[in-house]
Write a protein of this length. Structure first.
Length: 238
């Protein structure tokens, strides 16, 4: 049985709030963000991305009625933010929150010892990989209101944000140990009660530093997080 058939068995006909077709929304987002790339549903990385996107959507819907803004650290080409911004349009037309999208747009930063895989079979990225063009991302979001795309390195880039901002949904996808830890240090106290904080690479064999930084931060505060079947991890602010 093909991977594509399994993906369709699992995700076709899944309805989100307001009868939103999740898989249709995901495929529409893929075509818009990757206009020159065909969708390969027999690719395992595609299956992983769909699964992670489903969890992002579910937690985003959970937080939708809270007061606060959206923050993403690690934007790349903008797929996750575009998916959730499009979802918000279908959830409620009259309440538009501010979106803050942060990325160096210069690729990965320095790898520390915490970021190095102990598995010799794992082929890791290197400094400068995963670079996206900020102008392309600006064009992608130019139809939406209140989307702020901010270029800079973590943690210095946080100086561009208003210290008074409060966030109801935060997505961390910066891959490496230091920017993950620095993001948590800045962001966590600014998340509203009941707000969502989710990291993308918690179980990634290619980026072990993400989990190390996440656990170091939350263990120091005696806060429990949940490791998701998708490889992500999440904390609901209490």
């Amino acid at each position: 049985m093909s991977l594509e058939k399994n993906i369709k068995i699992i995700f076709e006909n899944i309805k989100l709030e307001n009868n939103i077709d999740f898989f249709k929304l995901w495929k529409e987002t893929y075509k818009i963000v990757n206009p020159s790339k065909s969708l390969d549903l027999n690719n395992m990385l595609t299956a992983i991305r769909i699964n992670k996107s489903f969890y992002l959507c579910k937690y985003f819907i959970f937080a939708k009625d809270l007061k606060g803004d959206f923050l993403e650290c690690g934007v790349l080409k903008g797929f996750s933010s575009y998916l959730l911004r499009s979802l918000e349009d279908q959830l409620f037309k009259d309440t538009i929150n501010n979106y803050f999208l942060i990325d160096s747009f210069e690729g990965l930063s320095d790898f520390l010892d915490e970021d190095k895989s102990l598995n010799p079979d794992i082929i890791q990225n290197k400094k400068g990989d995963l670079k996206a063009n900020i102008e392309d991302v600006k064009v992608l979001f130019n139809q939406f209101k209140n989307v702020n795309i901010i270029k800079g390195w973590i943690p210095k880039v946080f100086e561009s944000l208003d210290e008074k901002n409060k966030y109801k949904f935060v997505h961390i996808d910066v891959d490496l140990y230091q920017p993950t830890f620095d993001s948590l240090n800045y962001i966590y106290d600014k998340i509203v009660e009941g707000g969502i904080l989710i990291t993308d690479d918690y179980r990634s064999p290619s980026f072990p530093g993400n989990q190390k930084a996440w656990e170091k931060y939350f263990n120091s505060k005696n806060i429990r997080s949940l490791s998701l079947p998708s490889g992500q991890a999440v904390v609901i602010k209490e």
